[in-house]
Design a protein around this ligand. Structure first.
Ligand SMILES: [Zn+2]
Length: 225
């Protein structure tokens, strides 16, 4: 089907005139393979979604994305942090720890989100969940499917505060953060202490990312420099 040439379409041109828009502007056709749907966006903004690292897009600047949105992600397994005696961290870049995880635990699922918060949900294994008699549990056992699910994965959600991964800051040299240079130790510690996701995503805008051939003004700017 051939589409009409909308640049010649009188009602649109009239509207453009009313808006005082001299330029035609720019748009990308919606493509569900590269653009998040409304549903996906709200999933990412609310609970987040579980993904393996090979399902994450690594942008050329080493930040992380799903389709056309930057994201942050973390391992939601509370037991992991407990057994490794680690404070839970989230990742904002393709850091050495994610590289290692990809090599050693390719199946590990991470919780991917665009929600900026202090506390994030972790999945906590409930050992002996089947023996406890709390009402939520007995309710789930009364339903066969849930009983099966809870015997396989007796988990509950707990909110935990997370901090940013130092390796991510180092990978990005975020605000000149350097994990290994002694001379900068005080400065880097301050960058880490003062890290806020809001600031991060001001520097690395979250959404929407454009990968198309946008007729940008970058070239003109470069030439005039
Ligand atoms: Zn990291």
């Amino acid at each position: 089907m051939e589409l009409p040439d909308f640049t010649e379409f009188a009602p649109f041109n009239g509207l453009r005139e009313k808006m005082g828009a001299a330029e035609l502007g720019y748009f990308e056709l919606f493509d569900p393979a590269v653009h998040l749907t409304g549903n996906e966006r709200s999933e990412l903004e609310s609970g987040g979604i579980l993904r393996r690292l090979d399902e994450i897009k690594f942008l050329p600047d080493n930040t992380l994305a799903i389709k056309n949105s930057r994201v942050l992600l973390y391992n939601p397994d509370e037991n992991y942090y407990r057994s490794h005696r680690e404070f839970p961290t989230y990742h904002v870049a393709r850091c050495s720890r994610l590289e290692q995880s990809m090599a050693e635990h390719a199946d590990r699922e991470y919780l991917v989100t665009t929600r900026l918060a202090e506390d994030y949900p972790l999945l906590k294994l409930r050992p002996g969940a089947a023996q406890t008699s709390d009402s939520a549990n007995s309710a789930s056992i009364s339903s066969p499917q849930n009983a099966f699910a809870s015997s396989v994965a007796p988990v509950s959600l707990v909110l935990h505060s997370l901090v940013v991964c130092k390796d991510c800051l180092h990978k990005l040299r975020y605000r000149d953060y350097d994990q290994y240079r002694n001379r900068k130790r005080g400065y880097s510690q301050r960058v880490l202490d003062e890290f806020r996701l809001q600031d991060f995503f001001r520097l690395y805008p979250m959404y929407p990312l454009s990968f198309g051939g946008r007729p940008s003004q970058d070239k003109a700017n470069t030439q005039s420099d």
